[in-house]
Design a protein around this ligand. Structure first.
Ligand SMILES: *[C@@H]1O[C@H](CO)[C@@H](O)[C@H](O)[C@H]1NC(C)=O
Ligand SMILES: *[C@@H]1O[C@H](CO)[C@@H](O)[C@H](O)[C@H]1NC(C)=O
Ligand SMILES: *[C@@H]1O[C@H](CO)[C@@H](O)[C@H](O)[C@H]1NC(C)=O
Ligand SMILES: *[C@@H]1O[C@H](CO)[C@@H](O)[C@H](O)[C@H]1NC(C)=O
Ligand SMILES: *[C@@H]1O[C@H](CO)[C@@H](O)[C@H](O)[C@H]1NC(C)=O
Ligand SMILES: *[C@@H]1O[C@H](CO)[C@@H](O)[C@H](O)[C@H]1NC(C)=O
Length: 655
């Protein structure tokens, strides 16, 4: 959505609120937020219950948050993330207020970065009768004494409120023991999801008693496998998701849990469980064949054998992360991509993957291959154009998110393939793909390039409007008319002779990362970044681009909320002056290491970018503290300014 002019809206006859609600229902949440500012009736429409389903409010504890909480009590339901609560009276009264105003409406509560006492939390928990999700991650202050919920009367109060709780997050609790865990979970008898990631769970051996864990009764010093198994067994009829990431779970322990009779897991997270072996994954797949989401990233012992087991055994799998499982090779990937339910695959930092076998998984008939929606090949440096060209063809109907960060050997051909075939992309990350040039973004053919070379002046390609008429903005000429197939090296040679689509073709893009694609210049950036829905853009570390790029990007991408221009040495106040009037939605701006930026840029930001929340102007030498003060006083939305070493002032100053 571009700009909404108040006048136009006022001129139209008053629309019934239902009609406005209907219109708003077609917008992205962020666009809807903009629209709500147009006038009173649009605001009222934006408050319709249908838009409030997942309203999540996130704020630090402070005196002003009391007011906010009271304001929320008009809602039928809501979710809160309150950070920085402590043991002092302000935090206590805030929690009291939450209980009073939102007790029966709160669906989800998280208290990150807080240190609250049992007493404060107990004033709140018994009021939360609609709570579905409770996040106590890292709240060591609650568990340190070991006395949490030790009194039966407290447990009864909490139990009668939380008996419908579905999701409990107990990650990163250093002092969780069998006793506190049992007291708390006895109040939540119907959990669907439980996270214990990063907790010290004693899987095999009790270091305090010097004997195998679970030989005796519940421990007051640590959480044991035996006790966890008991809980999972008790709640197996509801429990479908378990997160044991960053624990030292052993192969034998994983098998013990996977084997629990009647347990049917749909989701399991085991990120960074370095003890796990191929054998563990084989056993897991055998006992939990209904898994849909599996995260075994950073399980560094796993090899392709695990991938084969997953491909054979998990026929309902939708999401798989193998990120940083660096022993994994191409073996088994073709089978994996024949799992037709698979929608999301993360292979980032699987350093041996080249894609050569992988693409063969797509060759089968349609219904038997993965319809991937998201794919990450970040840092898979062996991926080359050949593999990517095939992948792009096969995934054209479904792929929305593609991460190729640091696939350093991809060239313009890959960019053309992406623009030609992957027209549903919403997120595209090409950071550090250093071979990519203007030609790739423009979808230009090399043949034209040669013709141009003669006419080119010393400074590289220059494009004028007439180029638009020469054909490179036309719909792409598809090289495979009938159906996708594997691309061979000789196909690739032929493709080099043809024009592809330019980046303009990706008109659904919301996020684009071109950081450190250092060959890019104004020639492409000014021509192909015309994406009305683009929210996040990084042009960081593009040493060639100038104010011209900034001005045109701003004019054509007016939905930008986050823009990164760090290390773009040619960007100056002039560019900011031209861009700022169009960037009214900008919330995050990074201008660090842009040496030409001075106080004047801050002035333009103050004038036009009223939503700015974070600004990085580190190492912008010509910005003064006076201008910083002005910025701070004039932009109330501003939360965080990083300005290391501006105007000779060093400390990591923050607002
Ligand atoms: C299974 O994993 C181990 C490492 O834990 C590895 O040494 C072994 O080669 C793997 N087996 C196969 C068949 O991949
Ligand atoms: C990428 O290409 C460069 C130059 O062509 C080559 O030296 C390098 O080995 C390649 N890297 C990988 C991981 O294939
Ligand atoms: C660009 O800036 C955004 C927000 O300021 C930040 O999240 C992102 O990590 C930055 N990217 C790079 C490559 O610096
Ligand atoms: C701005 O970009 C620099 C360099 O790319 C990065 O180190 C920094 O973290 C970014 N700042 C923010 C606030 O994201
Ligand atoms: C930035 O400051 C330096 C000296 O501190 C000055 O030489 C330079 O011209 C200034 N740059 C701009 C763009 O104002
Ligand atoms: C402000 O930014 C700095 C550096 O980017 C970061 O370390 C810090 O956590 C941020 N502070 C807040 C309150 O967001």
């Amino acid at each position: 959505m571009g700009d909404i002019h108040l006048e136009e809206v006022k001129d139209t006859p008053e629309l019934p609120v239902e009609v406005i609600v209907y219109i708003l229902s077609f917008l992205h949440a962020s666009d809807r937020k903009e629209a709500s500012l147009v006038c009173r009736s649009w605001y009222d429409a934006s408050q319709d219950l249908r838009f409030q389903k997942n309203a999540m409010f996130c704020f630090p504890a402070s005196a002003s948050s009391l007011e906010l909480v009271r304001g929320l009590s008009r809602r039928s339901r809501c979710s809160l993330i309150i950070s920085q609560l402590d043991g002092f009276s302000m935090s206590k009264s805030l929690l009291l207020e939450v209980g009073l105003c939102l007790g029966s409406k709160l669906e989800s509560l998280a208290l990150p970065g807080s240190s609250i006492t049992e007493a404060s939390l107990l004033t709140l928990l018994p009021c939360l009768t609609s709570l579905r999700r409770l996040d106590l991650r890292g709240l060591d202050s609650l568990f340190m004494s070991g006395a949490f919920l030790s009194r039966e009367e407290h447990r009864q109060q909490v139990r009668s409120a939380l008996c419908g709780l579905e999701e409990l997050d107990l990650s990163d609790l250093r002092y969780l023991s069998d006793l506190t865990f049992n007291r708390l979970t006895s109040c939540t008898p119907r959990l669907r999801r439980l996270s214990l990631s990063g907790c010290h769970i004693a899987f095999e051996f009790d270091p305090y008693r010097g004997r195998p864990v679970g030989a005796v009764e519940a421990s007051s010093a640590l959480l044991s496998l035996r006790n966890l198994k008991r809980l999972v067994t008790e709640q197996k009829s509801t429990l479908v998701a378990l997160d044991l990431s960053r624990t030292s779970i052993t192969p034998e322990s994983l098998r013990t849990i996977a084997q629990i009779q009647g347990l049917v897991l749909e989701e399991l997270r085991l990120h960074g469980c370095k003890e796990l072996t191929n054998y563990s994954i084989e056993a897991l797949v055998k006992h939990q064949p209904n898994l849909r989401r599996l995260d075994i990233s950073a399980c560094t012992e796993l090899t392709s054998r695990s991938v084969e087991a997953i491909a054979q055994g998990l026929k309902s799998l939708t999401h798989l992360s193998l990120s940083r499982d660096w022993r994994i090779t191409e073996k088994g990937l073709a089978d994996l991509l024949s799992v037709s339910s698979l929608k999301s695959l993360d292979l980032s930092e699987c350093l041996h993957i080249s894609g050569a076998e992988m693409v063969k998984g797509f060759v089968g008939p349609d219904p038997t291959r993965a319809q991937l929606e998201t794919l990450s090949l970040k840092s898979c440096t062996y991926i080359r154009d050949l593999a990517l060209y095939s992948l792009a063809q096969f995934l054209g109907d479904t792929l929305c998110e593609l991460d190729l960060t640091s696939c350093v050997n991809l060239t313009d051909l890959s960019v053309c393939a992406i623009a030609t075939y992957l027209q549903r992309l919403v997120v595209l990350r090409l950071g550090w793909c250093k071979e990519v040039t203007d030609w790739g973004l423009l979808g230009m053919v090399e043949r034209i390039q040669y013709e141009l070379d003669n006419k080119m002046k010393d400074k590289g390609p220059k494009f004028t409007r007439t180029f638009g008429n020469m054909g490179f903005f036309k719909p792409p000429h598809l090289s495979f008319e009938d159906r996708p197939r594997l691309v061979t090296q000789s196909d690739l040679e032929q493709l080099k002779q043809q024009a592809g689509a330019s980046l303009l073709a990706l008109n659904r893009l919301q996020e684009l990362d071109l950081s450190a694609c250092s060959k890019l210049t104004d020639s492409s950036i000014t021509q192909v970044l015309r994406h009305p829905d683009l929210h996040r853009l990084s042009l960081s570390m593009l040493p060639e681009i100038t104010d011209e790029s900034l001005a045109l990007v701003a004019r054509h991408c007016r939905s930008l909320t986050s823009l990164n221009l760090s290390y773009c040495p040619h960007i100056s106040d002039q560019g900011v002056a031209q861009a700022a009037p169009y960037l009214r939605r900008l919330q995050h701006l990074n201008l660090s290491f842009c040496n030409k930026i001075t106080d004047r840029s801050l002035f333009y930001l103050v004038q036009h970018c009223k939503r700015l929340r974070t600004l990085d102007i580190s190492k912008c030498k010509n910005i003064s503290m006076t201008a910083m003060d002005l910025l701070q006083s004039q932009l109330p939305s501003l939360e965080n300014v990083s300005c290391r070493l501006i105007g000779g002032f060093d400390p990591n100053f923050r607002i």
